[in-house]
Ligand binder design. Structure first.
Ligand code: GAR
Length: 188
């Protein structure tokens, strides 16, 4: 049976690109729509190239339960946050229990929470002279970055690493592992 996955992204969209490219030939996964809050998000172009609808939302839409009707029309098995920066409202978490996942570019519970996203995370990790960082893929609950952890992968930090080089190492892990977790959860 085909499983519908709704992707949410706010930024460059490299994770979305990796997921779409990996799943191109998997007929049991369908991506009916990509949701973004950013009219300049890289996923808008990606969606066009892949023939996927885009839903451009604002905070008022996201926080209103009417948005639930829109999402339910796609009958999603999974909601995948891939660099999506807004906290998910309670009504969505209640409507899709254990069906919303997020990827975070550090080893939670360290370097998580409000304001900890993208380069801010890597800058804090480097400033604290950590020896390792990595990725965390987790279920989404009502608090930022606090849902059940599904997978973590580590990467070593060398003395010459900067926030930027660390970001590239971490993104490479994200691109490799997020799709594996998605496939595991969907069993496809
Ligand atoms: C990724 O590193 C992702 O882990 C991070 O934003 C980046 C998005 O990159 N997410 C967070 O920081 C969430 N707190 P992308 O737009 O190229 O996929």
């Amino acid at each position: 049976m085909v499983k519908n996955v709704i992707l949410f992204a706010s930024g460059n969209g490299s994770n979305v690109a990796a997921i779409l490219s990996h799943c191109k030939n998997i007929s049991d996964i369908h991506f009916p729509v990509i949701v973004t809050n950013n009219p300049k998000a890289g996923v808008i172009q990606l969606a066009k190239e892949n023939g996927i609808d885009v839903l451009l939302i604002n905070k008022a839409i996201f926080d209103s339960a009417v948005f639930l009707d829109t999402l339910e029309r796609y009958q999603p098995s999974l909601l995948v946050l891939a660099g999506f920066l807004w906290r998910v409202p309670a009504y969505l978490i209640e409507a899709f229990p254990k069906q919303i996942i997020n990827i975070h570019p550090a080893l939670l519970p360290k370097y998580g929470g409000k304001g900890m996203y993208g380069h801010h995370v890597h800058e804090a990790v480097i400033a604290n002279a950590e020896k390792q960082s990595g990725i965390t893929i987790h279920m989404v609950n009502k608090e930022y970055d606090e849902g059940t952890i599904l997978l973590q992968k580590k990467v070593d930090i060398t003395p010459t690493d900067t926030a930027q080089t660390l970001a590239s190492k971490v993104l490479a892990l994200e691109h490799e592992w997020y799709v594996q977790v998605i496939r595991n959860l969907l069993q496809v």
